[in-house]
Design a protein around this ligand. Structure first.
Ligand SMILES: NC(=O)c1ccc[n+]([C@@H]2O[C@H](COP(=O)([O-])OP(=O)(O)OC[C@H]3O[C@@H](n4cnc5c(N)ncnc54)[C@H](O)[C@@H]3O)[C@@H](O)[C@H]2O)c1
Length: 382
């Protein structure tokens, strides 16, 4: 009989709901419980999604039998303490990014996971997009020639107005970095994953667009437009964006732009790898396409169809030609890859998910960027 993977979702805000929907698309899975900050919210969501158990306390939920994975979808400051509890129970954990508030916490979690021999993942979902996988395959197979340089950006506009303010501005809840930890880590991961190279040194200039922001009394969940009541002036202590240059292990140079204040860019994650024969560009807002840049003939746009991609990538495309793969598909793939790993059934030729050790390295990169900005110098990672 095929085993069912039983999961618990902790935090049912913007991203927790995406986890529920994604898991519902993966065969042989069951969400057995939800945990929220209040029992009322947990019960309401459990009723909506047809889930048996609802809790307001993770410790209570962890007493259930037959749990395979706990998904941590709460604000950043809770990741460390929640992941620690889950690992100490000997359970597998799928944690939202960034893994923790500091590299120190992340390293501790990675060590703990090794000791308890549990599977871990940080949700860097963009690497599970079919065209990103194809990009990696082409770079690694040498079809673009020798990689010459890399540039990318992660640009959004959801915090561009002075009165945009929510928990992401509170360093107690997100740590010392906002945009670099929040979206920069996705770009770091995409570059390291496709190039199969670590970023070894960085030079960063952080951008603070508004020294003071206006905080509403009432705000909704992430990306919602809910704002009302009086506003209070609050000093902004974490960055709205960053310009970062970096170098990979093999010496290839990288440039990155990160912004949460650029009008018109919604989820503008883009990456270009220049090779000596061709360049490759992937743009998240056109997630079903890979652009192949050529000099001696016309450029090509490769469409997400299993027929056109490397045959090992079939499982990343759920639907036939013309049914565009998008954000939600990569998100589902990200969870599915981790579940395959748990079942010992990963067909991937390279490690498919970001484990806690990789998540800790991403946190080191965040800290290196902050230190570089502070001390106006290159910071090398050890
Ligand atoms: N992978 C991605 O692309 C992606 C995208 C968005 C957010 N995220 C990450 O997901 C996490 C959550 O972000 P969000 O945007 O969903 O935030 P959100 O504010 O919309 O939702 C967070 C939820 O956690 C709940 N919560 C708070 N304390 C809790 C507790 N003690 N126990 C249980 N539930 C609790 C809140 O009530 C809320 O419903 C963050 O770490 C964020 O960085 C990842």
């Amino acid at each position: 009989m095929v085993k069912t993977i039983n999961s618990i979702i902790v935090g049912v805000g913007f991203i927790g709901k995406q986890h529920i929907e994604a898991i519902s698309r993966i065969p042989n899975t069951k969400i057995i419980a939800l945990v929220e900050s209040s029992l009322e919210i947990a019960k309401r969501n459990a009723a909506i999604y047809g889930i048996d158990y609802a809790f307001s306390d993770l410790d209570e939920a962890l007493k259930l039998d037959h749990i395979d994975v706990v998904h941590i979808c709460t604000p950043n400051f809770l990741h460390y303490e929640m992941a620690k509890k889950v690992i100490e129970k000997g359970l597998n954990v799928f944690c939202e990014k960034p893994l923790s508030l500091s590299a120190g916490e992340a390293i501790e979690l990675a060590e703990l996971a090794r000791k308890h021999q549990v599977h871990t993942a940080v949700n860097h979902n963009y690497r599970a997009n079919a065209m990103v996988r194809e990009m990696k395959h082409r770079i690694q197979s040498g079809s673009i020639g020798r990689p010459l340089m890399v540039f990318g950006q992660y640009v959004q506009d959801w915090l561009m107005f002075e009165d945009d303010y929510d928990w992401h501005f509170d360093p107690k809840l997100v740590g010392p970095s906002r945009s670099v930890a929040d979206i920069g880590t996705h770009l770091f991961d995409l570059i390291q994953f496709t190039m199969d190279q670590k970023i070894t040194r960085v030079f960063a200039e952080l951008v603070f667009a508004y020294p003071i922001r206006k905080k509403s009394d009432i705000v909704g969940e992430t990306f919602s437009d809910v704002k009302s009541g009086e506003t209070t002036d609050v000093e902004v202590v974490n960055e709205d964006g960053a310009f970062i240059i970096a170098e990979l292990e093999n010496g290839v140079k990288v440039s990155m732009v990160i912004s949460q204040v650029t009008g018109g860019f919604k989820n503008g994650l883009e990456l270009t790898i220049s090779g000596s024969k061709q360049s490759l560009t992937w743009r998240q807002e056109q997630a079903d396409k890979l652009e192949i840049g050529k000099r001696d003939s016309g450029n090509e746009i490769l469409y997400a169809d299993a027929k056109y991609l490397d045959k090992s990538l079939k499982r990343f495309i759920a639907l036939p030609n013309g049914h565009a793969v998008g954000w939600a598909d990569a998100f589902k793939n990200s969870i599915q890859e981790f579940y395959l790993e748990i079942m010992g059934d990963s067909h991937s030729d390279s490690k498919s998910s970001v484990d806690f050790e990789d998540g800790a390295y991403l946190m080191k990169l965040v800290e290196a960027a902050l230190l570089s900005d502070q001390e106006k110098r290159w910071v090398t990672l050890k």
